[in-house]
Each structure stands twice: as C-alpha cells, then as structure tokens.
Design a protein around this ligand. Structure first.
Ligand code: HEM
Length: 403
C-alpha cells in the first residue's frame, strides 16, 4: 500500500514523465521487444511505426498514477482498455514484464532524479494499477466463457462472403467454423481478428455491423494507407489475400461504445468514413427494437466512391418516418453531381448540428480523430452536456479524457 506522501511523490514525477514521454516509451518498447519478441504477436506493429501506441500505453499509466487516490474516476476508460486487452489476449503474467521495462526505461532516460525512493514508490503504484486491470480483465474473460455461446481466446471463423462497399472498404461475413451459435453482443461492440502474416500474429479490431443475434458477424475492413505510401499490413492482407472460404480467428465481442437501449431520448448517430460501421449496428437495433425512438443520422464521406452501405442505409432510413438521415459528401465529383446520392456538400458543421441535434439527444460519434474533436467541440458549445456524448476513436485512445 501507499501512504499519502508516497502518492504525492509518485504524482510529482508525472509532469516530467509526460514531458520526456516520447523518449521513455521509445526506449521502453525497444527494450521490451528486444528481450520479449513473443510480445510482437500481440502488439500492433503499425501503431509502433507511427508512434501512437508508444504514447497510449505509457500516457495512460502516468494518468493512472495521477489518479491513484481516485481510480474510480477513470473507471470508464479502464473498462475501455480492459475490453481491448481481453480482445487481444493480454494475460496477468504480462503485467510485471511491462512494469519492469517501463520502470527501467524511466530510470535510464531520467537518470539521477529518479531516486531509489521514487523507484520504490513507482513500482508499488504500478503494481496497484496492474492489479486493478488484472482483476477487471479476469472478470471479463470469465464472463466471456460463461456467456451463452461464448468463448475465451480465439475462435475459428469461415469467411462466407466478401462484399465491396466502395473504394477501399470490404465487408466480411464471418461464420463460426464449428457451426455453433454466436453470443449476443451490444450494438457498437467489436471483435479482434487475428491473422498470421510472416513470422507473427497480427491483431486488429473491427466493429460488428449487423443487428446482434444473427448466425454470422459482419465486419468492415478499410484498406489502410499512409501518406508515405506504407499500406496497412492486416487490411491489405484481408483485402488481397483472404478469399471466401478461408479461415480467420476472432475474439468474443466487447467494448464500451454501446447504444444505451434503456434510454427513450432522441438518438443522433454521427459517422465519418469507416466510423459508420458501429453506428449501423445501432441503427438496425433502433429500427427493430425501439421504433418509436427519434433517430437523427448523419454519414460523412469524401465523395460517392467512398459512400459505403448506401443502399442499406437508405432502405433502413426510408422504411418509416423514424430516421432523419443526411448524407454529407465532402467534395462531390462530377459524377456525384449527375447521380445525386448525397444531401449536403462539405462537412458536418456547427450550424447543421445546432439545427438538427435536439438538446436532449444521446449522441454517438465515430470517425477519425479530427472529425470527432470538431463535432464534440461544436456540440458542447451548442449546450449539450459531456454525458450525452459517446464516442469511439478508431486507433489507440491517447488519453483518459479527450478523444
Ligand atoms: C492498448 C493501457 C498493460 C498490451 C492499450 C491502450 C491503453 C493501454 C490506454 C490503448 C487502448 C485503445 O486502443 O484505445 C495499459 C495500461 C497498462 C497496460 C495502463 C498497465 C497497467 C498492458 C500489458 C500488455 C498490454 C501488460 C501486454 C502485453 C496492449 C496492447 C494494446 C494495448 C497489445 C493494443 C494497442 C496496440 O497493439 O498498439 N493499453 N496497458 N497492455 N495494450 Fe495495454
């Protein structure tokens, strides 16, 4: 246990940890993977490449230390991380390894200012945080196993259908190879898919698209690319190598970005690009199970070539007066102007949000980081409360507070 003075001492280190964060985490991952290459089967190599994961794990450890006397305050984010860890197969025995290498990296980068007393406090602080995670994750693993039709670890799935959903997006329909039923999931949840490429296993998370309760899971895979021409290892493999009939492994669904089905308030679903996938599952659920609930839906895409799930969403929205839907094309091309298929040009902006999102709405937002920051800022300045806003970043969550 830690005394008040210990906690104060641990916290006093947080600002310098953040300031030198990049150096510490680079050192941490380099030494961790040098000595434990087996962990490269769990960690996302692309996140390593662009430095995002380097920030995510370490930053959150510091933030946990800063909240050490009040861990409940960060519980929602702890659950988000714990679900992510379960979907990846993170185990209790991994925690001391990560702790050791993080402590060593801190000592090596910060040098003399890290006194033996600080090391001792820091080590105990990490142990408390790790214990919290391990307990929550143990409960989640157990819950997954005990859930009807559930499993732990990875289950084999057959790729039944592969459907193009516009430029760079393919939907995969996955059926369990054992022919058994699938557990219910909450609309908005995701699975991890595991594929072996070259020497290592690679894991990625994909939101589930359909109504829960089907005999298959449908995921949407966006072909990832970056400006320097590096294409996504896993997404290109799934797009180019995986055929109908092939086997993929997947974790049980999890995640905290889920539709609150107990609420009767109006719902707004705001999605950009691939971020539409979890919202589509929510839309199906609202149409079927809460037909009296008002739904406002906005889908933002670059242009018609990227307009995924168009016919499906149109049908879902058109069947009754329940859903008010608006399709945004950021830069419609000539073909789009001829054919139509969109309602507004440009991005979802503050004016549109003010006009269309009721003050008492529950809002679900999913898309790239910049998109979400813009929408969240606009909605808050329109007077909505933070509790009304639910969001999921595709990519590592970098902080406990801001997306
Ligand atoms: C992801 C925190 C321990 C492996 C994450 C994320 C956070 C985090 C914040 C990003 C979540 C997101 O994607 O939104 C922590 C904390 C830990 C801890 C606070 C210790 C107390 C571990 C351990 C492992 C691990 C022991 C085991 C090897 C991973 C992996 C990811 C992840 C593989 C996915 C991201 C990627 O592959 O780049 N963790 N983590 N973490 N964590 Fe942990």
């Amino acid at each position: 246990t830690l005394s008040t003075e210990d906690i104060a001492l641990a916290k006093s280190l947080v600002p310098v940890l953040k300031e030198r964060g990049k150096e510490i985490t680079s050192r941490f991952y380099a030494t961790l993977f040098r000595d434990h290459p087996e962990l490269l089967n769990i960690f996302n190599h692309s996140n390593q490449r662009d430095g995002l994961q380097q920030q995510a794990l370490a930053t959150s450890v510091y933030e946990a230390v800063a909240n050490l006397d009040n861990l409940e305050a960060i519980l929602p984010v702890v659950m988000h991380i714990a679900y992510k860890h379960r979907s990846l197969g993170v185990m209790p025995e991994h925690y001391p390894i990560v702790g050791d290498y993080l402590t060593k990296a801190i000592q090596e980068v910060l040098g003399n200012i890290v006194t033996p007393q600080i090391v001792s406090v820091w080590t105990r602080a990490y142990a408390i945080i790790a214990k919290t995670f391990i307990q929550i994750e143990r409960d989640l693993y157990q819950e997954g196993e005990e859930q009807e039709a559930g499993w732990s670890g990875f289950r084999r799935f057959v790729v039944k259908h592969k459907v193009s959903e516009g430029e760079g997006l393919q939907a995969l329909y996955l059926e369990p190879e054992d022919g058994g039923p699938l557990p219910y999931y909450k609309p908005g949840q995701y699975i991890s898919v595991r594929v072996k490429i070259g020497k290592y296993d690679h894991l990625r998370q994909y939101s589930l698209i359909d109504m829960p309760g089907k005999s298959y899971y449908r995921i949407g895979v966006k072909l990832e690319g970056s400006e320097d021409g590096i294409i996504g290892t896993v997404s290109s493999y799934l797009h180019q190598k995986i055929k109908e009939g092939d086997i993929l492994e997947a974790s049980i669904p999890g995640g905290v970005f889920t539709l609150d089905q107990s609420s009767q308030r109006p719902v707004a679903l705001l999605g950009a690009g691939i971020g539409i996938t979890p919202l589509l599952s929510m839309l199906y659920t609202l149409r079927t199970e809460a037909p009296e609930r008002e739904v406002i839906m906005a889908q933002a895409v670059r242009d018609g070539r990227y307009h995924s799930f168009a016919a499906e969403i149109k049908r879902l929205c058109g069947e009754s007066g329940q859903v008010m839907s608006t399709i945004f094309y950021e830069k419609p091309n000539d073909e789009d102007r001829r054919v139509g298929g969109f309602d507004r040009e440009g991005r979802i902006d503050e004016g549109w949000l003010r006009e269309h999102i009721p003050a008492n709405a529950e809002v679900y937002i999913c898309g790239p980081r910049g998109f979400m920051q813009g929408i969240i800022t606009a909605l808050l300045s329109n007077g909505l409360k933070a509790e009304q806003l639910h969001y999921e970043v595709f990519g590592p969550a970098l902080s406990f507070s801001v997306p």
